[in-house]
Ligand binder design. Sequence first.
Ligand code: TZP
Ligand code: MG
Length: 212
Amino acid sequence: MEKEQLAVYFIAGTPNCLTTIEETLQAAIDGGIAMFQFREKGEGALTGERKKQIALRLQAKCKQAGIPFIINDDIALAIDIAADGVHIGQEDEPASVVREKIKGGIVGVSVHTMDEFEKAIADGADYVGTGPIYVTATKTDTRPVAGTTLIRKMKDKYPDFPIVGIGGITIENAEEVMKAGADGVSVITAISHAKNPKQAASQLKNVFSRTQ
Ligand code: TZP
Ligand code: MG
C-alpha cells in the first residue's frame, strides 16, 4: 500500500451513521477520503448475511472511487468478499496468522506501545493505527488517552513505516497529529456525525495537504 492512502482514513459501521452508511460513505468519498474501513460494532450492529450485503455495497463504492476497502476484525468476511484488507487489534488473531490468510492484501494493526509496534512490523503489518490520541466517546474499551508522544517515537525509529493516528481526532486537532509525524488520521465521528460529512472529509484532507 501507499502511505498517501492513510491521509484521511474514514472508519464506520451502521451504528455510527446519522443517515445510511452508504450515503455517509459516498459523502466522505466525495470529500476526498483515501481509505475506508467497515467496522460494524456496538449496539445495533449487523451480523451474518445482512452485514455481508452492506459490506458488498460499500465495497462497490470504494472500488468505483479507487480507494481501499478494509474490514475490521472479520477476517472470514474479508476473504469471502475479497476485501482489499483487514484491520485487527491486539485482542484479535495474531497479526502473523492474519498476514498468512490475507496474502497480498493490506493488514493494519492497532498498537499502543513501542513493543506492539515492532511486533506488528515483524509480523508483516502494512500499517499501524495508534491511539486513542484524544478522548473519544466512540470506543469505550480503549487504552488511556495517549497524545502524540508515541507517534513521534515510532517515527523517530521507523520513519518510513506507515502510521495513522486514531481516537478523538477532529478538524481542529488533526494538524497536531500530522505534525507529530503521522501519515494520516483515522476518524469515525469527525465525518460520520458531521453536519456535512463531505465538507468534513475535505477539511481533513486540507489539513493533511498543508502539513506536508
Ligand atoms: N480505536 C481507538 S479509538 C477508536 C478506535 C476504533 C474510536 C475512534 O472514533 P472517533 O469517533 O474518531 O474518536
Ligand atoms: Mg478488533
